[in-house]
Design a binder for this molecule. Structure first.
Ligand code: HEC
Length: 162
């Protein structure tokens, strides 16, 4: 009897200490902590726009992977044959890097439309160009996803170097 009545308060104290420590930990890590601290300013409400190495903010939904795919399609495929390597312009087609646009305002969607439809000779601003720009890169026969990738690349180079 005596032994149990003696040891009982000690056990109770030990248990309540554990409970306090546990309560302190959980309070810090969950609702107690976040209520006391201001909402973290760095946490973005919407996903941040992806930026290219040259500092171009890409349109929503456009990834660096798309730009990279577009780069290889543009510079290995038919686009560069007329527009020059990296779109700097050539005899057959205008530069795409200087931020000036002749067939639209140069939005991502508009570039997609231009590449999807091509540019007929009757639409040329410079009538000395010898060849029409064919739909979907002509022989490249770009899929919708490839058109988007190429448009993402053109978008990025047109904003990256002014
Ligand atoms: C046969 C040559 C040729 C090829 C190949 C070609 N283009 Fe073009 N592109 C042109 C010509 C010509 C124009 C319009 C020039 C004019 O209006 O004077 C043009 C216009 C454009 C424009 C509109 C530019 C503006 O100022 O609005 C974009 C964008 C474009 N091309 C992207 C591409 C892409 C991407 C590819 C590859 C999928 C491609 N082109 C392949 C000849 C070509």
């Amino acid at each position: 009897m005596r032994r149990t009545s003696r040891s009982a308060p000690i056990l109770t104290l030990a248990l309540s200490t554990v409970a306090l420590v546990a309560a302190g930990c959980s309070g810090h890590g969950s609702s107690g902590g976040s209520a006391a601290l201001p909402a973290p300013a760095a946490a973005p409400a919407a996903p941040a726009a992806v930026m290219t190495a040259s500092g171009v903010r890409l349109p929503a939904g456009v990834t660096l992977q798309m730009v990279a795919l577009g780069d290889s399609l543009f510079n290995s495929g038919g686009c560069q044959r007329c527009h020059g390597q990296k779109g700097v312009g050539a005899k057959n087609a205008p530069a795409l890097v200087d931020g000036t646009w002749q067939h639209s305002k140069g939005s991502y969607e508009e570039i997609i439309t231009t590449v999807t439809n091509g540019v007929a000779k009757e639409e040329f601003k410079d009538t000395t160009r010898p060849f029409a720009m064919r739909a979907r890169g002509g022989p490249m026969n770009l899929t919708d996803d490839q058109v988007k990738a190429v448009a993402a690349y053109v978008y990025s180079i047109s904003r990256g170097r002014k």
